[in-house]
Design a protein around this ligand. Sequence first.
Ligand code: SAH
Length: 240
Amino acid sequence: MENFSVILVEPIYGGNIGSVARVMMNFGFKNLVMVNPPLTGIDAMKFAVHAKEIVQNAKIFKSFDEMAENFDLLIGTSAEIAGGKNFIRTPISSAKIGNVVNADGNIGLVFGREDFGLSDKEIEKCDILVTIPTDKTYKSLNLSHSVAVILYELVREKNLRGANLKKMKLANKTERDVMLEKFTELVSVFELGDFRTRLIRKTFRIVTGRSFVSGRECNTLTGVFRRARELIEKQKKENI
Ligand code: SAH
């Protein structure tokens, strides 16, 4: 799980930071990243128990954007979800997160503040949103408990797949970005205006994030979008 990081965005309580570090060590994860954490005090160390080093070695960033630059895939988490029109908060269930265990590149698991969670803007910058199904009378888990569930799911999937199962390589960031560009260029031939084009682009990004496309699938689709656009442009020219 070397390429996975647990990212805490503006955590408030040292006790939670320590508990997160502890559960990370329980499941074999080492990389803790924090955006604007409080000064790490005695509580963090006390709750970390044998995982103090994880807290001490945590990478700190001043802003979400600065942190995001270091990751190829960002997986946001939230109890506050929606469906239908609010596609930014349309999540997958934590039971499906195992799909990313073989992904290449740096993968960030993003957890929000104890009081406000993650903002819409931050969730929009994530490639996938994950929710842990809970009872609807009280959906929001303690921060370290939610980290425990997500890490458990990842390790469980890794063990289930075993070492000799054929790996499907997930698309990396560059492959996904190129596919998104080619898709957007194709959409632009319809001249729908900036607003609608942006909305369609966002929808496509969310849908492909949720479906764990492989590198090969990504390249195939990229080719289709590129050729479709070229064909339409050519026919447009011929009709003029
Ligand atoms: N009302 C806030 C509570 C934050 S709890 C909210 O849900 O947005 C702190 C963090 O724990 C959340 O930002 C999220 O990262 C994680 N978390 C808590 N409950 C969760 C759940 N049911 N599913 C996924 N993540 C959850």
